[in-house]
Design a binder for this molecule. Structure first.
Ligand SMILES: C[S@@+](CC[C@H](N)C(=O)[O-])C[C@H]1O[C@@H](n2cnc3c(N)ncnc32)[C@H](O)[C@@H]1O
Length: 228
């Protein structure tokens, strides 16, 4: 397990320069204008839900990557603390946002224990990379990182998108995928897809008053509060 989680970090360190092509449907993720239009509309649905509340003081973003969501968070809060294991991801995020209201820390989230509490905790496309046996400890840490009544928001992949993929992702079963970078390097990583009802139940079991939902095709998201 330790080796797998290190491979996962190594994968994202190596993928950092090409990571944004996935979200912006470029290069080998380009499946045509109609697909991109629908993807962007569904991403906007999630952004709109995130922006449905604002005025947060201090936001914690876990696994922020290149800043696709950090840029949204800084619009709805005063400060963002962003924790990622990859210095390459952090460097891209910092260069893109150029904000003195974002504080970056290189942290392994499987070792992380919160030192303070935040008004909002956010993670995008991270939960699906948390192995089942690490999920409870991770969600307990997230709960501990939130102030009473604080907001939890997460977004992730809705379902395997492998059938029409020409991106080299291969489902290995047992919550594992093989991912291939543009230069052919291959990495095994954890990838778990949740159904909204099951995810809602898991999150409620860890002290959140929350409901998960999906966009029509691509995204799963959950928006709620730390239960009192
Ligand atoms: C799928 S990306 C998500 C990035 C961003 N949240 C987004 O939505 O675009 C996963 C992120 O998790 C980070 N990561 C992987 N393993 C980690 C770990 N053990 N601790 C902290 N971050 C980790 C990677 O560096 C990468 O930035």
């Amino acid at each position: 397990m330790t080796e797998l989680l290190q491979h996962q970090i190594d994968y994202y360190r190596a993928r950092a320069p090409e990571y944004d092509e996935w979200f912006y449907r470029l290069g080998r993720y380009d499946r045509g204008a109609e697909h991109t239009r629908q993807w962007e509309a569904e991403a906007q649905q999630v952004r709109d839900q995130l922006h449905s509340q604002s005025g947060f003081g201090h936001i914690l973003e876990l696994a922020p990557g290149t800043g696709i969501w950090t840029g949204e968070l800084i619009q709805i809060g005063q400060r963002v603390t962003a924790l990622d294991a990859s210095p390459e991801m952090i460097n891209i995020n910092r260069a893109k946002l150029q904000s003195d209201r974002v504080d970056y820390q290189q942290v392994d989230l499987f070792e992380w224990r919160p030192q303070r509490q935040y008004d909002l905790v956010f993670f995008g496309f991270w939960l699906s990379h948390v192995p089942a046996e690490k999920l409870a400890a991770f969600l307990d840490a997230v709960n501990a990182a939130l102030k009473p009544g604080g907001r939890l928001f997460l977004v992730d992949s809705r379902a395997p998108d492998l059938a029409t993929s020409h991106t080299g992702a291969e489902d290995l079963g047992q919550d594992l995928q093989k991912r291939v970078l543009k230069d052919g390097r291959r990495f095994d990583i954890v990838k778990i897809y949740y159904e909204p009802a099951a995810l809602s139940a898991i999150l409620r079991g860890h002290g959140f008053a929350i409901e998960a939902a999906t966009t029509p095709d691509f995204f799963l998201y959950a928006d709620g509060l730390k239960a009192s």
